[in-house]
Design a binder for this molecule. Structure first.
Ligand code: DGL
Length: 258
């Protein structure tokens, strides 16, 4: 079997990305590492995120991956512009996400939703303005979205209230392109669409698919293996992982110590 692609996230939210990549590349093998034990990254400093990130990228390198994808937006902000890590090609979600949003919006305003770390870094806004300086960008930190998804509190009146609180300004300003700048937010995509109505949501999984295709990284025949490793395991995480990957089925999660 040829070398797998490594995927790194702070927790299980990145499975929303793995799910899309697994569907779009049915012959490709993946090794996923979710740093559950230290989640969330979204409220941590760039120095701490970098320290954790380097450990994880080394773990993935040891699994003999051919490329590494930082699915975690908070972590992507601290590796912005870095195209490799210790000789292995490195992909993040900020640059391709920004380009995709600009293509969709055609110069019209863009809203960026993310964790505190992602919004504080202004990584998306700076990347968008570097490519198209006139674009009007609205950055919104949505710290309650991650715990709602982690706890499975979705598609109900609590999520509706939180969505309204964070996204009211998107609705009032009639912004039509919204970057879901966090691994967990695709789980809320239907709820967000319900509130905003006609809107283009930019999701990391699709954006990374195009990037992997452009770099010709994936193989297109043969059997594959998907490994999901996490730094802490409980029944809750086993269940959540299966739910997030549905209808794809996962083998048992592997607990690893970094
Ligand atoms: N994976 C993180 C991100 O995409 C969300 C969860 C966290 O805060 O660690 O920013």
């Amino acid at each position: 079997m040829s070398k797998p692609i490594g995927i790194f996230d702070s927790g299980l939210g990145g499975l929303t990305v793995l799910k899309v990549l697994a569907k779009n590349f049915p012959h490709e093998s993946f090794v996923y590492l979710g740093d559950i034990a230290r989640l969330p990254y979204g409220n941590k400093s760039p120095e701490t995120i970098r320290k954790y990130g380097d450990q994880i990228l080394r773990f993935l390198k040891d699994q003999d991956v051919k490329a590494m994808v930082i699915a975690c937006n908070s972590a992507s902000t601290v590796y912005l512009g870095e195209k490799s890590f210790e000789g292995i090609p490195l992909l993040n979600v900020i640059e391709p996400g920004s380009k995709a949003a600009l293509e969709i919006s055609g110069g019209k305003p863009i809203a960026i939703l993310g964790t505190s770390a992602t919004i504080r870094s202004h990584a998306y806004a700076q990347t968008i303005r570097r490519i198209h300086p006139a674009t009007e960008v609205t950055e919104i930190s949505c710290p309650l979205f991650v715990p709602l998804v982690e706890e499975g509190v979705v598609h109900n009146e609590i999520t509706d209230l939180v969505i309204k609180r964070y996204l009211e300004q998107v609705k009032t300003r009639k912004i039509e392109t919204v970057i879901l700048g966090c691994t967990h937010y695709p789980v809320l995509a239907d709820d967000i669409r319900k509130y905003l109505g006609q809107v283009n949501l930019v999701e990391s999984g699709e954006v990374l698919t195009r990037e992997i295709e452009a770099l010709n990284l994936a193989k297109h025949s043969g059997t594959r293996q998907i490994r999901v490793c996490i730094t802490d395991v409980t029944d809750h995480f086993e269940r959540l992982a299966q739910e997030l990957m549905y209808p794809e089925t996962l083998g048992p999660l592997e607990k690893i110590i970094l």
